[in-house]
Design a protein around this ligand. Structure first.
Ligand code: NAD
Ligand code: DAU
Length: 351
């Protein structure tokens, strides 16, 4: 595989995947296709934007003709599909956008791959990046999600991702498309949009604003450092078996309130504040509608078959993440002011 289409590469996880591929595979052409919604930020990729094996294209995955045109123009033979609406709270407010992008957008890409590849599937792959939320919620007693766990999505976001996963598998079963699906737990790290819990807390501690804890803060998530996810995607994309699903998780479950306390401790220390200074910012608020109690992922298939392991310990990952946000306050301020949305015109408009 030489010409790889990465969708959603200007987003949080996508930018880490793009960077890893651009650096690791100088012989590949990496085409980053992104609509640049509110979540897309080309500042995430400043360091690699001029590399000869990297091309950025602004476009909407829902635009089938445009996607087919891209497959033809770049003779795409591998796809890593990350473009999506990703925030659960937004899906509760606006479910249609999630159905459109996550379901119809995925379908449009599948159809473009199928048409362009026209049954010649040798050395071709369509890797769909999905979430553990499709499996629903666990009680505190249940064992972690496995690849065989039945789908039981609860939010409009997870319902749309579940639907897209089914379309991907249907394209394998019906047309023989060489597909892979990965379902990953909660990611954290640099460049995550500050609507998500960890960057929201770091930013709010920095600026002395409340830290909103949904419900009692008892919900559990399984946290994985984003670069470990990107490495897993690389490994599975190259060595995973087609028509298979791989779970990816951090084996690192935390109650939200415990996680927030770790973030407070880390950020206060980095800011030189006495320990406990920002505890007063913790504010319990109305719970998220349909809030899933617990996610936990069993990644033993990926570990046993492909030898992947998470490499970044949680305390180390939180430290790196907090440092990154505190050293890149400009990145946060550009989001607050909306300036980040002009980066595309400034850099690409003049080319
Ligand atoms: P993100 O919201 O940070 O980025 C999404 C990117 O997709 C943005 O750059 C956005 O501009 C782009 N995009 C949105 N709609 C588009 C469209 N119609 N056409 C083209 N581009 C479009 O999301 P993320 O957190 O980086 O998640 C990336 C993928 O990984 C998603 O598919 C998500 O479901 C999945 N995932 C995320 C997590 C997590 O913890 N963040 C965990 C597991 C799986
Ligand atoms: O599990 C994987 C999923 O993780 C991904 O598929 C999603 O794209 C990603 O957004 C994430 O979903 P969550 O809903 O788990 O992430 P979020 O950061 O929004 O919330 C984490 C937990 O913190 C969740 O239990 C809700 C809670 N929360 C969140 C916010 C934003 C709060 O208590 N307060 C908050 O302000």
């Amino acid at each position: 595989m030489k010409n790889i289409l990465i969708t959603g590469g200007a987003g949080f996880i996508g930018s880490h995947v793009v960077r890893l591929f651009v650096n690791r595979y100088p012989d590949y052409r990496i085409v980053n296709l992104d609509k640049l919604t509110y979540a897309g930020n080309l500042e995430n990729l400043k360091d690699i934007e001029n590399r000869p094996n990297y091309t950025f294209v602004q476009g909407d995955i829902c635009d089938y003709e445009r996607m087919l045109g891209l497959f033809r123009e770049y003779d795409i033979d591998g796809v890593i599909h990350l473009a999506a609406e990703s925030h659960v709270d937004r899906s509760i407010r606006d479910p249609f956008t999630f159905a459109r992008t996550n379901v119809l957008g995925t379908l449009s890409l599948l159809q473009a791959a199928r048409t362009h590849w026209a049954g010649n599937h040798e050395n071709r792959r369509f890797h769909h990046v999905s979430t553990d939320e499709v499996y629903g919620a666990l009680t505190f007693e249940e064992t972690p999600f496995r690849e065989t766990t039945k789908y039981d999505p609860h939010s409009p976001y997870s319902a749309s991702k579940a639907s897209s996963d089914h379309f991907v598998r249907a394209f394998h079963d019906t047309y023989g498309l060489p597909t892979l699906v990965t379902n990953c737990s909660n990611n954290y790290g640099p460049c995550q949009f500050p609507e998500k819990l960890i960057p929201l807390c770091i930013n709010n501690i920095r600026t002395g604003k409340p830290l909103p804890v949904y419900g009692k803060g008892e919900n559990v998530r399984d946290w994985l450092y984003v670069e470990d996810h990107a490495r897993a995607i690389d490994l599975i994309f190259h060595q995973g078996k087609t028509n298979e699903t791989y779970n990816i998780g951090g084996n690192n479950e935390r109650k939200n309130i415990d996680l927030i306390r770790i973030v407070i401790k880390t950020v206060d220390r980095l800011l030189g504040n006495p320990e406990g200074t920002s505890e007063k910012l913790i504010t319990y608020v109305t719970d998220r509608a349909g809030h899933d109690l617990r996610y936990a992922i069993d990644s033993s298939k990926l570990m046993n078959e492909l030898g992947w392991r998470p490499e970044v310990r949680f305390e180390e990952g939180i430290e790196r993440t907090a440092r990154w946000y505190l050293e890149n306050t400009r990145w946060l301020e550009n989001i607050d002011s909306g300036t980040y949305r002009k980066y595309y015109e400034e850099v690409y408009g003049s080319r």
